[in-house]
Write a new protein. Structure first.
Length: 135
């Protein structure tokens, strides 16, 4: 008898987004059918092209000397709008995970190349954040 071929599991198609100015790339599910808006020089919002629903955003700030993740953690811990600050990583880079107590939005804060990044919304989902690369 002829062996039956093993079916290949379905994998969700993806699209890589890269931005040299912001200094990162990330692989996003193609089901998102996303576009990017830059309402300010420090904010990038990922949203669905058809519905306009936001998938999340990235805020990026240049840091001064002496600002580190410990200082950011202290600020977050002291904020009345932040709950559950905990240490984590973004692809091996130390990060903080916290939730905005009003909006309930999960956010990651990390520092790379003297830049502070706040990554929020569905961009923090494990299948997305696991593909994050800083340039």
């Amino acid at each position: 008898t002829t062996p039956t071929p093993t079916p290949t599991p379905d994998t969700e198609a993806s699209a890589t987004f890269s931005d040299a100015t912001y200094g990162f790339s990330v692989t996003l599910p193609t089901t998102w059918d996303f576009d990017v808006a830059r309402p300010t020089s420090t904010r990038m919002v990922f949203f669905n092209k058809l519905s306009g629903i936001s998938y999340g955003q990235v805020d990026r700030y240049e840091l001064g000397n002496g600002v580190d993740l410990d200082a950011i953690e202290q600020q977050l811990t002291n904020s009345p709008e932040v709950s559950t600050v905990e240490r984590t990583t973004v692809n091996t880079i130390p990060a903080l995970r916290y939730t905005n107590s009003k909006s309930k939005v999960m956010t990651l804060a990390t520092i790379k190349n003297n830049r502070l990044y706040y990554i929020s919304g569905q961009l923090t989902n494990s299948d997305v954040i696991g593909t994050w690369k800083f340039n």
